[in-house]
Design a protein around this ligand. Structure first.
Ligand SMILES: Nc1ncnc2c1ncn2[C@@H]1O[C@H](COP(=O)(O)OP(=O)(O)OP(=O)(O)O)[C@@H](O)[C@H]1O
Ligand SMILES: [Mg+2]
Length: 513
């Protein structure tokens, strides 16, 4: 293997146990200057845990870490930072009500001679770093006013401001639009040219070719294979990840489509200061029993907001009409929608989907508690009996139903959300980015689920930013751009070119460059 550039960071034999789980059992990797190592593995393989150890979030039980050849032991993240190791976590960690500059310098604010925070210097230095990551926002802007892609770049800026020589990116693109991904990749290449070494965690194979030099595959807390990208075929990687031969790609079955279950007419949701008057602008749609309606669009197209409107989230602000089985429905809140047997599995698992400190069981049974309640008390035995099949069905990797969700891997948290909503036995299921952060094999499982549910007569609306996914799953594809519905295709009509074209704003062909 290539040892042409110096080894910046090396980990060997890292073991880490949590109560009930051996997350790492002898994991390791090497990061070289100016090179990017992709760290791959199924949900729960231990990728984030290894990165947490390398960045000082918690110490390993055993194993060695060397920084430029020297053995180190980090007791906290600051020590790792001082050794030049920066991390952008899977879930973003910025403080929304502080400015970009305040976040970049959080805990390391420059001071004036009198000991006050030197805001001028802080903003000047932030401007310099923002240039490095090619982010064109003001240092004084609030984080809450930025898009996710921009926030991601602020996180990278923050690591660079602390002088990172090794930068760890844990699934950075899972909520970015394709041109935001391009922007991120440009920054990654720039950093490589400057000699920064990177570790990059992803579930997306198409991201490897443009940026990656080496691949490390993990399974069950161990490194099971590694090598230069050129020597690792996709088939080989998937095989290493799964520990078995990978199965065929998802094949949609033809289902009998029934009567219309859901119709929406002229749904609009006013925006408040995002540069256009409506987040959702007079969108109409129809969904039949047994049908999968895919909604494609770039991030910010208004897809999530549309689903929220259908689910009664914006009852006060939204306008338009919703019909269930041909009858006008008035949802004053999501509770009304759940009552009508709608379910909505949202995209942002941290914000809407899960209560992180609560257990898998408590989370999964939230909307169905009354089924396990007797004389006003929750019967936990009954609760577990009812929920377990759903948790098993999605193969949630957890030592028990009692485990706090915060301790599950990102992908497994996503599966808990799906289990929870399926347990409500909905007739209409709204899924927003259902495979975000989920590994290839788990993805396939979710696809066949969606297929089965449609076969069982549910109507499904699936929002996704992954074109191949939308095309594989949907009976019909609806496309949105800047709040408006720009096209609708049958399965046969929906070619990648047509769908993508309808998703792009007229003026700018942002993907071309
Ligand atoms: N703080 C914790 N307490 C208990 N268990 C934990 C904790 N953090 C991680 N785990 C467990 O360790 C295992 C490895 O998790 P990790 O988050 O490293 O996986 P991952 O490879 O990053 O997966 P994903 O692709 O889903 O993000 C999982 O079984 C997870 O539940
Ligand atoms: Mg992870």
């Amino acid at each position: 293997m290539s040892d042409v550039t110096p080894c910046l960071l090396e980990a060997e034999g890292i073991v880490k146990t949590f109560p009930g789980v051996k997350a790492l059992s002898g994991a390791g990797l090497q990061v070289h200057a100016g090179r990017l190592v992709a760290l791959l593995g199924e949900n729960g393989a231990g990728k984030s845990t290894l990165m947490n150890v390398l960045s000082g979030v918690f110490p390993p039980d055993s194993g060695t870490i060397r920084v430029r050849g020297e053995c180190v032991q980090f007791t906290d993240t600051r020590e790792a930072q001082e050794r030049g190791i920066g991390i952008v976590h899977q879930e973003l960690n910025l403080i929304p009500y502080l400015s970009v500059a305040e976040n970049v310098f959080l805990g390391r604010e420059p001071r004036t001679w009198s000991g006050l925070v030197d805001f001028r210097r802080m903003e000047e230095e932030t401007s310099q770093i923002l240039k490095r990551v090619d982010l064109r926002v003001k240092p004084s802007e609030l984080i809450s006013d930025l898009r996710v892609g921009q926030q991601q770049l602020v996180e990278i800026a923050k690591a660079l401001a602390a002088d990172a020589r090794v930068l760890i990116l844990d699934e950075p693109t899972s909520s970015l639009s394709s041109h935001e991904v391009d922007a991120l990749f440009a920054v990654v290449r720039e950093l490589k040219a400057e000699g920064v070494g990177l570790v990059y965690i992803t579930h997306k194979f198409e991201e490897l070719a443009p940026i990656c030099d080496e691949v490390v595959v993990m399974r069950d807390g161990e490194r099971v294979g590694s090598g230069p990208l050129g020597e690792m075929s996709r088939e080989r990687i998937v095989q290493l990840m799964a520990g078995r031969k990978s199965k065929e790609l998802f094949q949609k079955t033809d289902t009998e489509v029934g009567k219309e279950v859901l119709r929406a007419e002229g749904i609009s949701l006013p925006a408040h200061g995002v540069g256009r008057p409506f987040l959702v602008d007079k969108v109409s749609l129809s969904l039949k029993r047994g049908e999968v309606l895919g909604i494609f669009g770039l991030v910010g197209a208004g897809r999530t907001e549309l689903l929220e409107c259908l689910f009664g989230v914006h009852a006060g602000a939204a306008s338009g009409e919703v019909f269930i089985d041909g009858e006008r429905a008035f949802f004053r809140s999501p509770a009304d929608a759940i009552e009508a047997r709608l379910a909505f599995a949202p995209e942002d698992r941290k914000r809407d989907g899960l209560v992180l400190p609560m257990s898998v069981l408590e989370n999964a049974s939230l909307p169905t508690l009354e089924k396990s309640t007797r004389v006003g008390l929750v019967d936990t035995a009954r609760e577990s009996d009812f929920i377990r099949p759903y948790v098993d069905r999605f193969r949630v990797k957890t030592p028990s139903l009692r485990q706090a969700v915060v301790n599950l891997s990102g992908g497994n948290q996503q599966k808990v959300i799906l289990a929870k909503w399926l347990a409500t036995e909905p007739r209409i299921l709204l899924l927003d980015e259902p495979t975000r952060g989920i590994d290839v094999n788990a993805k396939r499982e979710i696809y066949s689920f969606i297929d089965e549910l449609a076969k069982a007569g549910l109507g499904l609306v699936v929002v996704s930013s992954e074109l191949p996914e939308v095309l594989a799953l949907s009976d019909r594809v609806m496309v949105m751009c800047e709040g408006r519905k720009t096209a609708e295709f049958t399965r046969a009509e929906a070619t990648p070119e047509r769908v993508l074209h309808a998703a792009l704003p007229d003026e700018a062909n942002v993907l071309e460059s």
